[in-house]
Write a protein that binds this ligand. Sequence first.
Ligand code: MN
Length: 399
Amino acid sequence: MKKREIKSIAEKNRIVEKILNAFSERDGFILCSHENPDEDCIASMVAMGLLLGKLSKRVFLLAGHNIHENYRYMLNICRYNSIEIAENSTDLPDMEEISTIIILDTPKPSMILERKSIKPYLDNSKILKIEIDHHLEADSEYSGDNGYNLVTEASSTAELIGFLSFKLQKRTDLMQKFEITNLFTRNFVLSVLTGIIGDSKMGRYLKSNRERWFYGVFSSLFDSMLVRETFSGSSNFSNMEEVYRELARLSDEEEACYRYMIERKRKASFIHYTLLNRQDSRHLTEIFSKDTIITMARAIADKLAEESGYLSLVCYYDDPLWSDFVQFRMRRSHLYRDFDLRKILSLFNITNGGGHPGAIGFRKEKGEIKDIEKFVEEIISGTEKLLAGDVPEALDFKP
Ligand SMILES: [Mn+2]
């Protein structure tokens, strides 16, 4: 069917509602875009992946083999955000592990990148197809399932993902369910911005007031982040090279922060963890931005959970400028599904925290914790006792 503009705001809201519910309920997502992907394709996939990552979903980004060198900077964002890069179908998991394909920025189904290799996934009627796109040309055709096509006029597909993120922010039920405190991380904002400026040629071809509004919002969000972090810079990029340079700088920063945290890794029987004490945390906050620290803590929690095969824990002290809390994050390996992490919250009577069966976050006032080593040890040993009852392989495990 030929693509047409969505008839009314009510219809658009219905589509957004259905898409956001699918994000909440489903897991195992493939993101794809059009052949010879451009900035908007890659940026949209990355932004979409980051959004789904906030909901702790497994995401596979289908990038093809011939990714332009510049776009690799953009894909670097995926490294520490649990977005897996697939060159073709051989890098994708089995059909049963995928529930949804999101087709981004692609005028018609015949133009989908690696179309042949993902055809079995596309043809599987159990897999939901969601489309997000801004191409309304005469020969355009829908790729998504009926009711799941967010296809409407916009500067770029990235702009539509920006739009979707504002809608998600208004869904307080989902924001609470997935413990999302900040959707607009630096990586997300920069991805959306990159898609918009890529497709509108550095903002020169922004047509409507709405397009200019989105560009304005995301570039000022990004500017304010830079100002906060006292970096000299501005989203007033004058060419894509500057954008790539910014992406490369970000990726170096992330890598250094990640390395610092992973070097402090420790192992218990079923839990791999990183404890960043007051000094470690102070050192981190002196060098890295808040955004980077939070993102990397999350990346480490994911990494250590998969590495242990069971659970992970990451803890760090907030900068006194942010809060008076010590932050804890626990994650479950995706291979180990029989344990609901929320049990830990009730075991330790933790009220300031929450999450879902596969991931929890909680915080304690710094003053409440006299000895962080001892506190973490109690959490670990208590959790492992709880686990011992649940883990069949742990019969000979004596807590
Ligand atoms: Mn586009």
